[in-house]
Design a protein around this ligand. Structure first.
Ligand code: ATP
Ligand code: LTN
Length: 329
């Protein structure tokens, strides 16, 4: 069976963008792939989060993964930081990556823009190399991610090829899986920016644990245009195109079908329908979440996932150290 791997950073609350851009695909694909999905808590450290908040976010994220439909029968779930072999491989890969290629990473450029060198951590700069280690340590075949992570998976492929060329076949070359629709859900108040947990104004972000009435209000007050026609035109009508994408992904119908369905309706009617779908989803997730979060189920799932993840990761990390000539492997 081919292997799937992906992760999400726990520095903030999960939102609809994560669900549509990433989690939905983990769930759809878990029956056909041996899946490893983790909480990328080491990646969160690049921005020095508050430790207490981080601890809560980690548990919440695992609860939400499960509430959204990740099934421990098909998916190994674990915390990245508990598998010590990830940073062990990451260091080896850092020594085979170059400042020049890291400087070209657009996410790094965006996140460090307008900040002085004294306030951007080295971790933020080398972040994509740890991500490469996360992927390569499992010989992952596919990595489902949102659009913004594609460049990091491409970098991973380059590092893997370079290593294989120098030391002989070691790593599988992974494929990024980017959905055609929904890989970039936009902020409801600023539809030219992606919906992000670090948004300053949360009016444009629908959190998965959001109060249902607040979520409805956010959809109803989403920024659109004055044309009042439900047409998919992301360039000229980004707000309405975003709502169409959300509707299409949640109901599993194509954008063209959405256009046909609502051709005679105005924005108010359409927004109500989008809100109904979003609320239905949030309600289902929240009911399950409230059950899952009680007791020790989450710990059991994480222990089981970590056991398998460690087994695989250890073998690969030691193979790499042995090839590099360090230690007595
Ligand atoms: P943020 O910008 O919200 O801090 P991020 O994209 O940098 O988040 P994660 O939160 O770890 O990082 O993202 C996890 C996964 O969810 C990634 O695959 C990412 O591409 C996807 N994702 C995040 N936001 C969106 C969005 N608005 N639309 C589609 N996919 C998204
Ligand atoms: N960098 C990703 C999170 C992440 C990840 C990974 C995704 C860390 N390691 C490995 C896929 C595979 C992000 O910021 N979204």
């Amino acid at each position: 069976m081919k292997r799937l791997l992906s992760g999400i950073k726990p520095n903030g609350e999960l939102h609809l963008g994560h669900y549509i851009g990433a989690i939905i695909h983990f769930i759809e694909m878990q029956k056909d792939y041996e899946s490893f999905v983790f909480v990328a808590d080491l990646h969160s450290l690049t921005v020095n989060p508050n430790p207490k908040e981080l601890r809560n976010n980690i548990k919440e994220m695992v609860g939400l993964y499960l509430a959204c439909g990740l099934d421990p029968q098909h998916t190994y779930l674990f915390n990245q930081s508990e598998n010590i072999y990830h940073p062990m491989l990451s260091w080896a890969l850092e020594c085979h990556s170059y400042m020049g290629e890291m400087n070209r990473m657009t996410q790094y450029k965006e996140k460090s823009r307008n900040k002085s060198n004294e306030s951007v951590t080295c971790g933020l700069f080398t972040y994509p190399i740890l991500m490469a280690a996360d992927i390569l340590i499992y010989d992952a075949d596919v990595v489902p991610v949102g659009e913004d992570q594609k460049q990091h998976v491409e970098l991973t492929r380059n590092i893997a090829e370079r290593f294989n060329n120098r030391y002989g076949q070691t790593f599988k070359i992974p494929e990024p899986i980017i959905a055609k629709t929904g890989a970039r859900i936009m902020d409801l108040q600023n539809p030219t920016k992606k919906m992000s947990k670090s948004a300053e104004n949360t009016k444009g972000v629908i959190f998965l644990l959001e109060d249902l009435e607040v979520a409805r209000k956010k959809i109803m007050s989403a920024i659109t245009d004055s044309d009042n026609k439900i047409k998919y035109d992301p360039e000229n009508k980004p707000g309405i195109a975003n709502l169409m994408t959300i509707y299409s992904c949640l109901t599993n119908i194509t954008i063209t079908e959405v256009e046909d369905m609502f051709q005679n309706d105005n924005y108010g009617t359409f927004k109500t329908k989008v809100a109904d779908e979003v609320i239905k989803l949030l309600q289902q997730i929240q009911e399950k979440y409230n059950e899952i979060i009680k007791g020790d189920y989450i710990d059991k799932v994480l222990d089981q996932g970590l056991k398998k993840a460690e087994e695989i990761a250890k073998t690969k990390a030691l193979e790499v150290y042995q090839k590099l000539g360090v230690g007595r492997y």
